[in-house]
Design a protein around this ligand. Structure first.
Ligand code: ADP
Ligand code: ZN
Ligand code: ZN
Length: 768
């Protein structure tokens, strides 16, 4: 791929052609432009005039014939000599645009590093470095004396270059080796050396230390899984074989799923020379994770991380596109990594909600991975200790092939889990506290005494989760969103977690002016304080959104935990995922019920997954471990199943709970959300939209779609916009896609009438 500026279009004598161009605008169609026929290649970026602006778009194919005659404008500039999307990628993006009801241009933009869709950027984002390279040899000492005479520094520089195999970075020669630029230029003037520019790959992960992990003997379950996968890999190289089904790797926490991924990569990348993608949730994309892959595959690994600068991201992308690196590891958008000969995609922690993008295109990276591997006839592996109900359901129906790792590696047991019932008043004479019950406090004390580490989870940040007036009961709410404000003690502010607006700490009630206010509900800041008070000598680190806003801060905290400079790590769900610290022998859940009562059909599943994941952080080392869960719902099946590490019991019950209500995975779902600034207008519009949809389902005879609602969204106002929704459900995807397209088309046509916005979210991961 090259980002050189292409030649100008429509030179004299060049044949003009018409092409379709996809643009990143919220209109679900492509636009026709004229272009020099020589450049009319699909996947090439072009800059075009559009509605008084200039946009970067992508040629998607030959121009449409027919249509109303209107002026066809010319492409201003062709930006690539080689397409940035190959045919397979264009096809995948078309599927996403269709399935998720998003404009193709919006999908294509999401699939590229940001620097490649910036219309104002005209310089090449490739970073180069200058080298000084020898161009002749001076074999004899006498010839050196003649050439250099008294220019000793030039001679030293020449000999330094020789010792460095003939070339070195100018920055190193002038820095580390201390030669001046005039010495370097002198060598060039004598015809002995030349300056050359070499593209560099900026890669902040390159410097992390890679402790080579021991190459353990595979467990029997790992071996069986690896054999199945290897067999499937060989199946894909035959000419006529269909793509194998995706594999669901169900492995308990600590069972060694990563090792299975590594063996698969060895087969695909090292033995077959093909490319592969490893997706991990953003917060699990730590240096520790990267190091596990770098230790095996070294410089073949390119990391795509949101904390990278645009330039670094682009470099990683380019290294993959050119084939210089063949393994992409990254979060959600890495599913678009430009690998040419794709052999496998691995989706680790496939149940993670962060794989779904919250804005258009609202794609789910797991679904895109499945589709991309199917099109490329490659292997797809979905790994989890707590698979999404959808994935489990697909395994039960034979759409996925189930591989299981039922035990931890090295024969280590899963940690025992105890429950502390928060409803029972503490009988103990010891200091009782609302936050840490006596059993949990004692367990922390014992762990500290043994010099071992504790993880404490509370999935709520801030200090007090709401502030209430004691006189009139009023709760402080955000002026723009219908949610209560959280008090952050460190910042001394009330903060809205939806729109991020802040207010000073209140001193009196907004409605009755009473100064008698209660700061209620416990967040991580308060746990931190409680822990600091109770265990003044413990070294405590808190990890949540508020402590990890700086670029690599989250990795710095984890590094300290790994070096055992932290005794107690506390935080939100960030600390529950993927961490493998053998020193952690105690996991405490401060309140397991935080998410349980959210008005969302996935609330129970989320709770079970989070508890199981965080419990899985304990007892990974030889010292073993235990887990304490504080809850007011000790009999709830999400809690009892988490206690016994029993995924099977949980899914069976949860599937049964969802069946009569016709919730996914028994059906497919689209959430239609209408929002606007005027409450009444939103309500009228959503009622009309739902009625129109019902009518259209009938007149177009689209079968088997159930419409529920309309009703206000559980959070009925965010950033000043009122929100109403209705649900569309069907056992099959086709009818949902059909009605979705019609609905979208109608609202694109009638848009502009008001500031109303319709969002169609297919397979939503949250209904809030
Ligand atoms: P998971 O991702 O399934 O939770 P990991 O891949 O993190 O599990 O592995 C957990 C731990 O077990 C790691 O420390 C890893 O080095 C170790 N491990 C993996 N496979 C084996 C094996 N075959 N024998 C011994 N230890 C192993
Ligand atoms: Zn009041
Ligand atoms: Zn708000």
């Amino acid at each position: 791929m090259s980002v050189r500026q292409g030649p100008p279009p429509a030179r004299d004598g060049a044949a003009p052609a018409r092409v379709e161009v996809a643009l990143p605008v919220p209109v679900p169609r492509t636009f026709t432009y004229e272009i020099d026929a020589a450049h009319a290649r699909p996947g090439v970026r072009v800059r075009v005039p559009f509605a008084g602006r200039r946009l970067v778009g992508w040629v998607t194919g030959p121009g449409r014939e027919g249509g109303p005659p209107r002026e066809i404008r010319a492409v201003e500039r062709v930006l690539d000599a080689e397409p940035v999307f190959d045919a397979a990628m264009l096809r995948l993006c078309r599927w996403i645009a269709n399935y998720y009801l998003a404009p193709l241009g919006v999908v294509l933009r999401a699939a590229l590093p940001a620097v490649l869709s910036n219309a104002r950027r005209t310089t090449s984002p490739v970073k180069t470095e200058r080298l000084l390279r020898l161009v002749t040899e001076l074999p004899t000492l006498t010839s050196r004396d003649e050439v250099f005479g008294r220019s000793h520094r030039q001679r030293e520089c020449f000999e330094t270059l020789e010792s460095l195999n003939g070339s070195a970075r100018v920055a190193d020669l002038t820095g580390r080796y201390g030669f001046s630029m005039s010495v370097l230029r002198g060598l060039v003037k004598r015809g002995l050396a030349e300056f050359v520019e070499r593209p560099v790959v900026r890669d902040p992960f390159a410097d992390i230390e890679v402790p080579a992990p021991p190459d353990h003997v595979l467990t029997a379950a790992q071996r069986a899984a690896v054999e199945r996968l290897t067999e499937a890999v060989h199946g894909t190289t035959g000419p006529e074989t269909p793509a194998p089904h995706p594999f669901l790797l169900l492995g308990v926490t600590g069972s060694g799923k990563t090792r299975v991924y590594i063996e698969l990569l060895r087969e695909v990348v090292v033995r077959q020379g093909r490319g592969a993608i490893v997706l991990v949730p953003e917060i699990a994309l730590t240096p520790q994770t990267v190091a596990r892959f770098r230790a095996q595959f070294g410089d073949d690994v390119a990391v795509l991380h949101s904390a990278l600068s645009d330039g670094e991201r682009y470099d990683a992308w380019r290294a993959l596109a050119s084939g210089a690196r063949r393994i992409a590891i990254g979060a959600r958008s890495a599913v678009f990594a430009p690998l040419r000969d794709l052999g496998a995609i691995i989706v680790d922690e496939e149940h993670e909600a962060s794989y779904k993008q919250g804005e258009a295109p609202r794609y789910h990276a797991r679904e895109v991975a499945i589709m991309r591997t199917r099109m490329a006839r490659a292997i797809c592996v979905l790994g989890s200790a707590t698979p999404a109900l959808e994935s489990w359901h697909n395994a039960q129906r034979g759409k996925f092939t189930l591989l299981e790792l039922p035990e931890r590696a090295m024969g280590r047991p899963l940690p025992p889990v105890r429950v502390v019932d928060l409803r029972r008043p503490a009988r103990s004479k010891e200091r009782t506290s609302r936050i840490l019950s006596p059993p949990l406090a004692q367990a922390i004390g014992r762990t500290l005494e043994r010099g071992e580490q504790t993880i404490l989870l509370l999935n709520r940040r801030g200090y007090a989760t709401f502030v209430q007036c004691r006189s009139c009961g009023e709760v402080f709410r955000c002026g723009e969103c219908n949610v209560s404000l959280t008090w952050h003690r460190a910042r001394r502010r009330l903060v809205c977690h939806y729109c991020f607006r802040e207010e000073p700490t209140p001193v009196q009630c907004g409605s009755c002016a009473s100064a008698d206010l209660s700061f209620l509900g416990v967040g991580t800041e308060q746990v931190e304080r409680e822990v600091a008070d109770g265990f003044p000598h413990a070294r405590v680190a808190r990890m949540d959104v508020d402590t990890t806003s700086a670029r690599w801060s989250h990795h710095e905290i984890l590094d300290r935990v790994e070096r055992r400079e932290v005794d107690i790590l506390l935080g939100t769900q960030m600390i529950a995922k993927g961490l493998d610290f053998p020193g952690v022998t105690l996991v405490g859940v401060v309140n397991a019920d935080v998410a349980m009562n959210l008005p969302d059909f996935r609330a129970t599943e989320r709770t079970f997954q989070l508890l199981t994941q965080v419990a899985g952080r304990a007892g990974r080392g030889p010292a073993g471990g235990e887990v304490l869960i504080q809850t007011a719902l000790p009999g709830h099946y999400a809690i009892t199943a988490a206690i016994s590490h029993d995924y099977g019991a949980f899914v069976e019950r949860e599937l049964a709970e969802r069946r009569p209500a016709r919730y996914p995975p028994h059906t497919r779902m689209t959430n239609a959300v209408l929002s606007g600034l005027d409450e009444r207008a939103v309500q009228d519009a959503v009622t009309a939209a739902a009625a129109w949809t019902e009518e259209t389902l009938r007149t177009e005879t689209i079968p088997g779609v159930l419409l529920t609602g309309p009703a206000p969204c559980p959070i009925d106002r965010i950033r000043g916009r009122w929100r109403w929704h209705f649900l569309l459900r069907s056992e099959r995807a086709g009818p949902l896609a059909a009605i979705g397209r019609l609905l979208q088309h109608r609202y694109t046509v009638t848009a502009g009438r008001a500031e109303l916005r319709l969002v169609l979210d297919r397979d939503p991961v949250t209904l809030l």
